[in-house]
Write a protein that binds this ligand. Sequence first.
Ligand code: HEM
Length: 474
Amino acid sequence: MSLPPPSLVTAATPTELPIRQIPGSYGFPLLGPISDRLDYFWFQKPESFFRKRVEKYKSTVFRTNVPPSFPFFVNVNPNVIAVLDVKSFSHLFDMDLVDKKDVLVGDFVPSVAFTGNMRVGVYQDTTEPQHSKVKNYIMDILKRSSGIWVSELESNLDTLWDNIEASLSKSSSVSYLFPLQQFLFTFLCKVLAGADPARDPKIAESGYSMLNSWLALQLLPTVSVGILQPLEEIFLHSFAYPFFLVGGNYNNLYNFIKQQGKDTINRGAIGFGLTEEEAIHNLLFVLGFNSYGGFSIFLPSLIDAIASNSALQEKLKKEAREKGGSTLTFDSVKEMDLIQSVVYETLRMNPPVPLQYGRARKDFRLSSHDSVFHVKKGELLCGFQKLVMRDSVIFDEPDRFKPDRFTQEKGAQLLNYLYWSNGPQTGSPSVSNKQCAGKDVVTLTAALIVAYLFRRYDSIQGDGSSITALQKTK
Ligand code: HEM
């Protein structure tokens, strides 16, 4: 199969393709949105919600409603244009075409009370001056922390896996989700904020669960949590929960960062023109929402992909031990092609942030692989990555986990179409786009974790939530 050149996929240039009216409808007021919401959360679930409509309309671009909606989300407009193939989705990266203001989780915006009564940078469009200040600040934090990143990662991984081993000696199966979150919290506070949770016993013990409740309250109206229906629809998806329920937790985290992360906060003021408040709330958001939230979803799916596949483990073990020298570094994992490919393939199969949105800045023509559509200024595009990353025009056997998919020359080309970071894996996050600032550090950190595991263990058994056996390196 020959791949279309990336320019064809990323540019919205007029093509020879037939012009088609966008299929689908929003239905009757109230009834359309509520019926789509029930399909989305209850009768179909997100993946088949989008898949069924692709089949129905014979199009990867169509109109639909996405939650939240009715009855108490009166100011939220659920109408979107779904973009579900690589080519139509890539319009979301073109900042001339889409506005990213306040669309992080769709038309619904959690109360700014969750972020210190201010709109943090992740919600800002590239045209807003504050976006550049915050993004530069975060990219500077990442640059400055690169000297301690790998050593902190390794020492915190030591603690995590020592604990899992100790629990496993007393039980045949160990749930690792909370230990993993505790590890992520400590590691990320140290590398991103320069703040050591050990200095504050309350934060050391329950900082991660404070983040969990803060995240949950912001995201509940938009995610499926799998409790008994219709209870989930009635209690979790019908109204937004107020900030005061987690206000105490957030203030504890705020005070911890303010006291223990002084150098990082001062840098925001001196180097980037942010007030102390802006620096703390933005740092806390990137640490808690983007980094902690993203890794908490991504790492279990990575462990799941590996811990159930012993043939793959043999190959990973060989590579982790034969390549990269005796000490792990960012550069040494770059020599480990298979490990990197497994990381990319996991991100393709299970993109941790599945939905991305962008509002049309102007009328424009949007292309899918087979048609061109007219989009009107102000309409909201909604991409569901789980389907986009299974686009059969781009990916062979798209529904199969192929560990070596991203190796060699063809694999390197495919990185042009790996979109988990809200941009191609070959792209560069900058102030003029909305690509994840952590794009490289996320994949390198995940590769380092895999390499670490296969230097420490001969084999690992388990799944996306528990470990059932660990064979230490002989
Ligand atoms: C597995 C972990 C992560 C995932 C899955 C992830 C994913 C994403 C995605 C999808 C976006 C775009 C959201 C949108 O606008 O639609 C984003 C934005 C962003 N991410 Fe990440 N991210 C992760 C980790 C990180 C880390 C470690 C950092 C930095 C320390 C970071 C910093 C940011 C920032 C600052 C933005 C906003 C970019 C902008 O406003 O231009 N992320 N991330």
